[in-house]
Write a protein that binds this ligand. Structure first.
Ligand code: NAD
Ligand code: ZN
Length: 260
């Protein structure tokens, strides 16, 4: 089905879900986990840092990596794809954004309340009592070059919880951890009730998040995928648009509502 038809589907849709992954933010300059890490972090594999075992073994290494990622996200901006998603929300009020991303670029592009299936870089909490920790109570995001010599390996000891003294951890879902039940059930409900789901910039390999497009397809929705590469979700997608989020999404929006 060509792009024009996907635009028609969008114009006619009553309930849309935008299901997004790391590729959504790639054109903003946020690397996906497949991109090799750079600089200080070049010798690490993200998949081995984003685990409870890594935090237990070396909390300062993992906290330092997340602080570096948070600082990286704070330096960049939403791209035309994020803005197109927010525009879909304004045309189709029953739109739900479900993201696997831990950045805040959907929010900064104007999306109301995206469901963060894998948590957020901006919601740290106590690793023991789960008490939320306000970002404003933390030291400013570090710039590696400005830190004292001894800290330049990227390690930053995590702050301690004011209530129980345990180390503070990033508010993200690590590999091997359960997703928030509230987030997963809200996402499943939205996928079940939608008539059109866009899956954008996700490899569809991380479960249970990758179930979301299948839930939509099983309930009769049309699934449109936007990704420059083939993925595990090609088979569930009714329409595969090979291209980047920042190119394809704005084109779809422009065509869907060209005469309005
Ligand atoms: P992934 O790295 O497994 O897959 C990224 C996908 O994006 C690939 O299929 C790739 O072909 C596609 N892609 C690359 N550039 C694109 C572009 N410009 N437009 C559209 N698609 C593009 O990522 P995933 O499926 O999200 O799953 C991996 C995990 O990585 C998630 O749990 C997520 O939390 C985490 N992650 C998040 C961020 C972020 O918050 N921005 C960054 C890295 C990793
Ligand atoms: Zn605590």
């Amino acid at each position: 089905m060509p792009e024009r038809d996907a635009a028609e589907l969008l114009r006619d849709a009553k309930r849309v879900v935008a299901f997004t992954g790391a590729g959504m933010s790639a054109e903003s300059g946020v690397p996906t986990f497949r991109d090799a890490l750079t600089g200080l972090w070049a010798r690490f594999d993200p998949k081995t840092l984003a685990t409870p075992a890594a935090f237990a073994a070396d909390p300062a290494l993992v906290w330092g990596w997340y602080e570096w990622r948070r600082a990286g996200v704070e330096r960049v901006h939403p791209n035309a794809g994020h803005r197109a998603v927010a525009s879909i929300e304004s045309h189709v009020p029953n739109t739900v954004v479900i993201t696997q991303n831990v950045d805040d670029l959907h929010e900064r592009a104007g999306s109301g309340t995206p469901i963060h299936l894998h948590g957020s870089l901006f919601t740290p909490r106590c690793s023991s009592c789960s008490r939320p920790v306000s970002l404003s109570s933390l030291p400013p995001s570090p710039d590696a070059a400005s830190r004292p010599e001894g800290e330049r390996d990227g390690r930053i000891p995590p702050p301690q919880c004011a209530a129980c003294g345990a180390p503070v951890r990033p508010g993200v879902v690590w590999f091997g951890e359960e997703l928030s039940t509230d987030a997963l059930s809200a996402a499943t409900e939205a996928a079940f009730g939608c008539d059109l789901l866009f899956t954008v910039g996700t490899s569809g390999l991380v479960y249970p998040a990758a179930e979301i497009p299948y839930v939509a397809a099983r309930s009769g929705a049309t699934v449109v995928q936007i990704n420059p590469e083939p993925t595990a979700l090609d088979a569930v997608a009714d329409v595969n648009l090979r291209g980047t989020a920042a190119r394809i999404l704005p084109e779809l929006v422009a065509r869907a509502w060209a005469d309005r």
